[in-house]
Design a protein around this ligand. Structure first.
Ligand SMILES: [Zn+2]
Length: 367
């Protein structure tokens, strides 16, 4: 396997070449960014896991949510249910071979997609490829962006030199930057004792709407690029560019991970498994009490692929926030949570105004 350090150095050179080319000839070269600048295709999607937690946690949907209406500015999210035999993350360690997506699950998933879309603005329809298939024991769902776009190269908007998840890149650009492909990829475990109702009362079962909502939010950009392997920490998915989420990750001493540690390095790896990382975004922090109450991230002392860094810490956020790494049977979270909404705003999403008479009413038939 090619040494990651070599890849990073070679991509650094490529990045300089791109930068020079763009500075010499302006926007005309922007669409000619070489494939080598793309993130590693096997970047791991994120997961939600099953946990034992007897607390009867219930987060009802926002009071203004109605599955048949949304603000005119809100995101329209549609779902493409993959057929039996199709594959997701093909050729990577996360590959899933899809089975037939159950009709009951489709109803619940559509509800979750409406709920997610109602919270964020986008003029561009977001498409999710959704797969039903075998996931490892304890994994409920797996989700991520289908691809990433580099601001300043692939689109104008956001923070330059940053990899944006497709759905967010489209929203910032107000244009579908890759109309031939979906923006989000999700898979759900076929052996879970799921509850497919949308009323948030799963009994002893695992609430599918909650897990679907969680994975959709990951796909919309609630994800870092930090990775860990054999003690080495890295970011940028094999490139020199971070994701917007990465730009808010600090340790408890106030060190900014992107500039305080070499990429890749053992020292960065130690930070990723140090249980001492925080998200210093303005909106997320304000939702957590403001001041220096930076929300703590999930960074257990043993790296957990698909879970570490990409979630708020289970303590203290499991009772109030959807974006923690696990959920227990009997619990339901149909509200993303204020801190998680804050994270989404910090990375670049905007949110619709409170409901008013200008709300659009959607067709009565939900597929
Ligand atoms: Zn997750």
């Amino acid at each position: 396997m090619k040494n990651l350090h070599q890849i990073v150095i070679s991509l650094f050179v490529v990045g300089i070449v791109i930068g020079l080319a763009c500075s010499f000839s302006g926007a005309s070269t922007i669409s000619a960014a070489p494939a080598a600048a793309q993130p590693a295709p096997n970047f791991q999607p994120l997961e939600m896991r099953l946990i034992n937690d007897p607390r009867p946690i219930r987060l009802p949907p926002p009071a203004d949510f109605n599955p048949r209406r949304r603000a005119p500015s809100a995101a329209n999210i549609v779902v493409n249910y993959l057929l039996a035999g199709q594959k997701l993350w093909s050729g990577t360690p996360s590959e899933v071979t899809c089975l037939t997506f159950p009709d009951q699950a489709k109803t619940a998933f559509n509800y979750a997609a409406q709920l997610a879309g109602s919270r964020f603005n986008s003029a561009v329809t977001t498409t999710i490829d959704a797969c039903w298939g075998a996931l490892p024991t304890g994994v409920l769902g797996r989700g991520g962006a289908a691809d990433y776009k580099l601001s300043g190269i692939h689109f104008t908007g956001g923070v330059p030199d940053t990899w944006y998840a497709d759905a967010l890149a489209n929203a910032l650009a107000a244009s579908d930057l890759d109309p031939a492909n979906p923006e989000i990829q999700n898979a759900y475990g076929n052996t879970i004792d799921w509850y497919f109702g949308t009323d948030g009362n799963p009994g002893t079962q695992t609430d599918f709407v909650s897990v679907a909502l969680h994975e959709i939010i990951h796909g919309m950009g609630f994800l870092p690029s930090f990775s860990y392997s054999s003690g080495t920490g890295s970011w940028g998915m094999g490139t020199i560019f971070p994701m917007p989420y990465d730009r808010f990750v600090y340790n408890g001493s106030g060190q900014f991970l992107l500039t305080s540690y070499a990429n890749p390095s053992f020292a960065l790896g130690d930070q990723l498994v140090g249980d001492n990382l925080f998200f210093r975004g303005t909106n997320a922090t304000a939702a957590n009490g403001g001041g220096t109450n930076y929300p703590k991230l999930y960074a257990p002392t043993t790296w957990s692929g698909g879970s570490s860094i990409s979630h708020l810490d289970y303590v203290p956020f499991s009772a109030t926030e959807l974006m923690v790494y696990a959920i227990a049977p009997g619990q339901s979270k149909h509200n993303i949570g204020n801190v998680s909404i804050g994270v989404m705003k910090d990375i670049g999403w905007t949110t619709p105004a409170p409901p008013g008479t200008n709300y659009l009413y959607l067709p009565l038939i939900l597929r």
